[in-house]
Design a protein around this ligand. Sequence first.
Ligand code: DGI
Ligand code: FE
Ligand code: FE
Length: 403
Amino acid sequence: MKKIGIMGGTFNPIHLGHLEIAKKALEQFALHEVLFVPSGVPYMKDLDTVLPAETRCEMTRLAIRNIPSFSLSLIEVDKAKNTYTCETLKDLKDAAPDATFYFLLGADSLWAIEQWKNPQEIFGRAHVLAAVRDNKSMADMEKQIAYLTGKFGARISILEIPAMEVSSTMIRERVRNKLPIHDLVPEAVENYIYDHKLYQEEYAMGEKSKIELQELRKAMEQELSSKRYLHTLGVSYTAACLAMAHGADMDSAMTAGLLHDCAKPLKGEEQIALCEKNHLEISDVERLNPSALLHAKVGAYLAETRYGVTVPDILNAIRYHTTGRPQMSKLEKILYIADYIEPGRRHVADLEQIRQMAYQNLDTTMAKILENTLAYLKTTDGQIDSMTEETYEYYKKGSSLRH
Ligand code: DGI
Ligand code: FE
Ligand code: FE
């Protein structure tokens, strides 16, 4: 029976510590093979430091190319959606029903794995090999293993590895500070990192922001329904077009567009709970219409805390994209209008006219959209936010003064 080890990770970048764990697993448990499985988009963490999957896979390929019992699996990278360990294990098992799988992880994960999706299935599909870490004592580990074995029938063994001072974070920092990394990564990976100027931060801003936008797009593709994702792409590119027409920053417009509805997948109660937990004020109207109104405020919060947006103008554009506000910045108006006119919008009054106006004058367009939105809201039972009314009054006055 074939014994296959599975080494998952972000591999940003892969380093000698990863290879050492795989080698030790191979020796100590007489495995025939170890599969390296780079993760797809790690959407919640470090969006600005995690390189695109292709780059991380290429470095992994280089790191293992001379070791016959190591191979690369694109099973997680190839999936458009978020991947879970239990599903990856199922796919691998389906592809090799006769093999026995050994899932490699750091000892810390023994305390997290219960929170992963379907821990019961994970333990059913693979033996777990937990690599010792300095911060966990042997006694603690054995206690936790006994607990998981009792609860899930888990098969867990301790993998003994020498203490190693290496992490992907450390490597990225050393590269940024122009320090050598040759005893931390295989030579081919070191060369690749330097040849492609990875992790250096000095590479052209344009390139950097492109990577960020690409990662945000992937994250939204995972998080949103396909309909909402298409709308989001429409808003992002429409905002870019409006930025071109009115001389605003295109990358900011696209970032705001991509993230503006990022809180929409959360249910009303979840948005309220999130606000309460983080001390964000909720008005009565917002509480009564959380999905229509609160998603803008929660979206701005997530854009900052989860997706790392720091530019206040972008955050405000997201924050006010549903109601608007008096005296909006150019970017705020652009996002508000793009949301209304993006190519996927249907069944909205005067759309053709508003689409043309948008490229001529942002303020009169604001007045027109607000007028129609208020008229529409009066036909529904949604409460009108006083901010929507104030914004309308503000832009109505402005546009009547000029015309
Ligand atoms: O998130 P989207 O559907 O892309 O668009 P949006 O964020 O602009 O608007 C969400 C909904 O909120 C839309 O149906 C219009 C509505 N809306 C705008 N102003 C108000 C409002 N709903 C209520 N209840 N009160 C308002 O003042
Ligand atoms: Fe919205
Ligand atoms: Fe929207």
